[in-house]
Design a protein around this ligand. Structure first.
Ligand SMILES: Nc1ncnc2c1ncn2[C@@H]1O[C@H](COP(=O)(O)OP(=O)(O)OP(=O)(O)O)[C@@H](O)[C@H]1O
Length: 585
């Protein structure tokens, strides 16, 4: 759907309207109910006006009483139709918004993590929540209302024509004028709408930053500085909204003037028709009521159209996420024949993050044999994390190849590739659900017993069992209720359950206390058993334990060998270890 929309290059509203297609039945009911609601309202008011005219002209009591039930019926029908209009229009709108939210989330997943690295979480949150919310105006109150206004205007003009042909002739230009007012300012409205959405996203970004960095803000006494920033962004939003509101006010004033002039013209023409004997006086209230009621949906749509700028800007921001391009293409559709050898081979790999940036990796080659543990070693920024990003195909190499045995990873379906790899990152994310569910992320259908076995192997079972609610304890948002070491061991239990042949460990930079460190090392040892493991290593204890070390410098592999071999060589690695020992103490 997204690619079709992009190919057709349909602009703003036409693209939004395409999303209504699957809901055409609900929309048809909403539009019919909306039209009937307005028509019953007009008919009721017209009948009431006619009765007033009749009474003023000294009409018969029986005739007036005989028309009263019809008036009650029209008012009741109007209420029922209003209810049905609101119900169906909102039902359709909210179903589309749910679909949009899911689609956006799927799009973010599809293009992650490269996409997320270039965007602030507040900006994405703003699109996911606020921008989508704005689209509700369009789906619930604009698309159908526009058709209703058009239908009601045409029907009412016909009715006025039945009273006298001059009346629709006078009213039509005003209706066209009222419809067209928002379009006179559409360029300005689009520009202002875009600006306010951007300013709103900026302030959302700041707010999210403030919540995420609250600990730093408090511990560095940055409250005042942060509040100043927040005020600055609020002022910018306020200024943008001021200009937006000023235009809205001006358009609103024009709409008011034109609608008043419409009624005055109708009154003037009616007076002329009565004086010239072309219309009976009893029709005067009817013509006024008819034209006033006809203006209601027209003004509704014109008022809505004044917000088109914001709606379009929100829609554009939603499309930007929906149509974001994947950094890597999932070319392969079928699984490879035979089994994949869990042997990692980097063959002359070169890579840069962007065309305009220098290479991060330069012609690097190394391999990790089946069941072997290899540690990537080197100073900060040398490209260790980049290697593991490329292995998971978050980005594709610019030159060379990464393969499992002889099978290039590019030839594997992405889902399959990622099912072969388990990553234990530095920064562990625990969801705000039970510890059981958090561990089960590794294997969603796992039984309680399987989860317990994994937790035991990760040396975290005793800790969990000691909690008042055991495995059903809520881990807390971002896992705040646990220590760093405990979170890491939960992540290791997760990885145990996933049971993939290839393991990537991004070793945490900070050291743990002795007991936690011992438990962590034991659990990692269990996890590594029988798996091909690539570690981004920071600690000497990890370098020593690895079967092989790949030493990186300036994006190049400069030494490969075991700790003992490299120490004996007294080359770059020897110097690196000495610097590490010096730093640690
Ligand atoms: N998304 C990105 N866009 C542009 N440059 C990046 C990106 N990610 C990393 N880099 C750059 O690539 C280089 C290698 O980064 P990488 O994270 O791989 O280093 P590292 O060896 O893992 O460092 P550390 O030990 O500090 O984690 C660095 O110069 C970094 O600034």
């Amino acid at each position: 759907m997204n690619t079709i929309l992009a190919k057709l290059n349909l602009t703003g509203f036409a693209r939004l309207l395409l999303y209504l297609r699957p809901y055409w039945k609900g929309m048809a009911i909403a539009i019919s109910s909306g039209t009937l609601h307005h028509l019953f309202a007009i008919a009721g008011a017209t009948l009431a006006a006619y009765l007033v005219g009749l009474t003023a002209m000294g009409g018969g009591k029986e005739q007036i009483l005989s028309l009263l039930p019809a008036l009650v019926l029209l008012i009741s029908l109007r209420v029922v139709m209003y209810f049905s209009d609101m119900w169906f229009a909102h039902e359709v709108a909210f179903r589309i918004l749910v679909e949009f939210r899911i689609k956006i989330y799927q799009s973010v997943e599809r293009v992650s993590p490269a996409y997320l690295l270039n965007r602030r979480s507040g900006e994405l949150a703003s699109t996911l929540m606020a921008d989508i919310e704005v689209l509700e105006w369009f789906f619930a109150h604009t698309a159908g209302t526009f058709l209703v206004a058009l239908l009601v205007s045409l029907i009412t003009l016909g009715l006025l024509g039945c009273i006298n042909w001059l009346l629709p002739l006078v009213v039509t230009p005003w209706i066209i004028l009222l419809f067209s007012v928002p379009f006179w300012f559409s360029r300005k409205a689009d520009r202002q709408g875009k600006d306010t959405r951007e300013k709103l996203a900026d302030i959302n970004c700041e707010a999210v930053d403030g919540v995420q960095g609250l600990r730093e803000i408090i511990s560095f006494n940055y409250e005042r500085g942060f509040l100043d920033r927040l005020r600055l962004y609020s002022d910018r939003l306020g200024q943008s909204l001021y200009f937006y509101g000023r235009r809205l006010g001006f358009e609103g004033a024009l709409l008011n003037i034109f609608s008043s002039l419409t009624i005055i013209c109708v009154l003037g023409v009616s007076a002329y028709l009565i004086v010239s004997g072309q219309m009976d006086f009893s029709w005067l209230p009817v013509t006024v009521i008819l034209s006033a009621n006809m203006l209601t949906p027209v003004l509704e749509i014109s008022s809505m159209a004044r917000n088109f700028g914001i709606i379009l800007a929100a829609a554009e921001r939603v499309y930007t996420v929906l149509e974001a391009k994947e950094t890597v293409q999932d070319g392969a559709v079928s699984l490879p024949e035979g089994t994949i050898k869990p042997q990692i081979c980097f063959n002359n790999v070169s890579f840069r993050y962007r065309e305009d940036l220098p290479n991060v990796l330069n012609d690097i080659s190394f391999s990790v044999g089946e069941g072997e543990t290899v540690a990537l070693v080197g100073h900060s920024g040398v490209g260790k994390t980049t290697c593991i990003n490329l292995l998971q195909r978050f980005w594709d190499v610019n030159r060379g190849q990464i393969a499992f045995g002889s099978m290039a990873i590019k030839e594997l379906p992405l889902d399959y590739l990622r099912s072969l790899i388990t990553m234990v990152p530095q920064d562990i994310y625990l969801f705000n659900t039970s510890i059981l569910e958090n561990i089960k992320l590794g294997k969603q259908g796992a039984s309680r017993e399987e989860v317990k076995a994994a937790a035991k192997a990760a040396y975290i079972h005793d800790f969990i069992a000691g909690l008042p609610e055991g495995y059903d304890t809520i881990a807390g948002e971002r896992g705040v209720k646990m220590s760093g070491g405990q979170k890491q061991r939960i992540a290791i239990a997760r990885a145990m359950l996933k049971n993939s042949p290839i393991l990537i460990l991004d070793e945490a930079l900070s050291s743990l206390d002795t007991e936690n460190e011992r438990l962590l090392q034991e659990s990692i040892k269990n996890l590594r058993r029988g798996r091909t493991t690539l570690i981004v290593a920071h600690r000497l204890s990890t370098f020593r334990d690895a079967d092989k070390l790949v030493v990186l410098k300036n994006g190049k592999v400069i030494e490969i060998g075991s700790h003992a071999e490299l120490m004996e060589k007294r080359g770059y690695y020897g110097e690196f270890v000495s610097s590490q020992v010096a730093v640690s103490g």
